[in-house]
Write a protein that binds this ligand. Structure first.
Ligand code: NAP
Ligand code: HSE
Length: 432
């Protein structure tokens, strides 16, 4: 049995996630002490603004604006980093590890960019780093990849891993909200990052995909390795046509292994409406994983918000505290032993939806079909929509058969140069 009377925690950050964590540690303190073997005690809480009004304020006397009060306190065993951002958080984590503190973080940016350096430092200092909350909010993902899926050769991940954008596309599809109103609601609900551009532009999903793909493929996938597009090009027309054609539009994070090479990308995608991923709505996330032994498994749940994220953070804290109490050795991090060979976006092959505004005159479709044919792109279906009589234009919606991205991009450029083409309204890749 352990000899500790209590285990001390330094909490860095008391925002959406930090207050959920503080509240959980406070309200569930007896149950947690039973699981650990001794009570957990929050000793200090780092914030930026001491005067800020806080909904959960029972720890007001513990607040500090000085990170050193946590990092250099010899009594603190576990540091929870939920301040967010890259530079300061990374420094705080490194310093805390150097002072031999175990780390729990929800910081996808720091983990996706710096995990190897942090794991090496942690190993040198004989401490552990846990980061379950960095991907998928309350959905268990990191632990399953580090344990339950270990025997598998993972071949693909298709994931909706950004709650803010999924909330926005859902509200735009189902309630006809405009983009700005849907974003504001997501921010009010605590889903969006401090800088919501990271959500909208796909960067947040890139960080999370880098973490998942690294775990899945046992090689370091850095955010810079991932091709990405956000949701800002999507219009009400795209959502309407997608529905007519039997698809939903989702911001998908995709990682696939083909032979020994890996493609990793984040972009809006047409998803057939009968697939589960097409029906994941609002802040919910879903992560579909294919393994050679297990087949297809799908993890589904709340991907953001105070309580779901606190669920993952506090679970990590409990496990670390159990190890401290029992004086167990830190768990080894996943071994990254595979060579990295990436497939560039230009070489992927997929189907495409394209929407083109053209002059409403004879022979237009023939000109576009010829260009697509010249680039070996076969048309699956074409519909002409809503001729605008006043402007003398029509809208053509084309679905293609699988084609190579580089060929499709060249065909788009040539199509845009046609005198009869007014605008390429949009193009969206299809994930069947
Ligand atoms: P947040 O609401 O903006 O809270 C950040 C907290 O950190 C605030 O308490 C702030 O202090 C404090 N802080 C920020 N910079 C600081 C600095 N330089 N020095 C001292 N204190 C500082 O952020 P959040 O939504 O809780 O997110 C925290 C982390 O969790 C991020 O890495 C995020 O990506 C991740 N995450 C968030 C969610 C979610 O649903 N929100 C889900 C999963 C993961 P003040 O309170 O005084 O301003
Ligand atoms: N901004 C993130 C999202 C928070 O919307 O999914 C959870 O990581």
């Amino acid at each position: 049995m352990g000899k500790r009377e209590s285990i001390s925690i330094g909490l860095m950050g008391l925002g959406v996630v930090g207050s959920g964590v503080a509240k959980t540690l406070f309200e569930k303190s007896d149950a947690i002490a039973q699981q650990v073997g001794c009570p957990l005690r929050i000793k200090k809480i780092l914030v930026r603004d001491l005067a800020k009004k806080r909904d959960f304020d029972v720890f007001h006397h513990l607040l500090t604006t000085d990170p050193e009060q946590i990092i250099t306190d010899p009594e603190i065993d576990i540091v929870i980093e939920v301040v967010g951002g890259e530079t300061e958080a990374f420094e705080y984590i490194k310093e805390a590890i150097s002072k031999r503190k175990h780390i729990v973080t929800a910081n996808k940016e720091v983990i996706s960019k710096h995990s190897l350096e942090l794991f090496a430092l942690a190993s040198k200092n004989k401490v552990d780093i846990r980061y379950e909350a960095s991907v998928g909010g309350g959905i268990p993902l990191v632990a399953p990849f580090q344990r339950d899926l270990l025997a598998n050769n993972i071949t693909a991940i298709h994931a909706i891993i950004n709650g803010t954008t999924n909330y926005i596309v859902t509200r735009m599809t189902k309630d006809g909200l405009d983009f700005a109103t849907a974003l504001r609601q997501a921010q009010e609900l605590g889903y969006a990052e401090a800088n919501p551009a990271n959500d909208i532009d796909g960067v947040d999903a890139v960080y999370k995909l880098a973490i998942l793909a690294t775990l899945a493929f046992r090689t370091e996938i850095h955010p810079d390795d991932i091709y990405y597009e956000g949701i800002s090009r999507l219009t009400a027309r795209d959502f309407r046509y997608a529905k007519e054609l039997g698809y939903a539009i989702k911001l998908l994070a995709i990682a696939k292994k083909e032979k020994q090479a890996i493609q990793v990308r984040v972009h809006p995608a047409f998803v057939p409406e009968d697939l589960l991923l097409a029906n994941v709505d609002g802040v919910f996330n879903a992560i579909q994983v294919e393994g050679d032994l297990v087949g297809r498994v799908i993890f589904y749940g709340r991907g953001a918000g105070s309580s779901p994220t606190a669920s993952a953070v506090v679970a990590d804290v409990i496990q670390l505290a159990q190890n401290i109490y029992l004086e167990s050795r830190p768990r080894p991090q996943l071994k990254l032993y595979k060579a990295k060979k990436l497939i560039p976006i230009s070489e992927i092959k997929t189907r495409y939806y394209m929407r083109v505004t053209v002059a409403d005159s004879p022979g237009v479709l023939a000109q576009i079909s010829k260009i697509l044919g010249d680039h070996s792109i076969s048309i699956a279906s074409v519909i002409q929509k809503e001729a605008d009589e006043k402007a003398g234009t029509a809208e053509i919606v084309i679905m293609t058969h699988p084609a190579q991205e580089s060929a499709f991009q060249k065909a788009l450029q040539r199509t845009l140069r046609l005198a009869v083409v007014k605008e390429i309204g949009n193009f969206i890749r299809v994930e069947d």
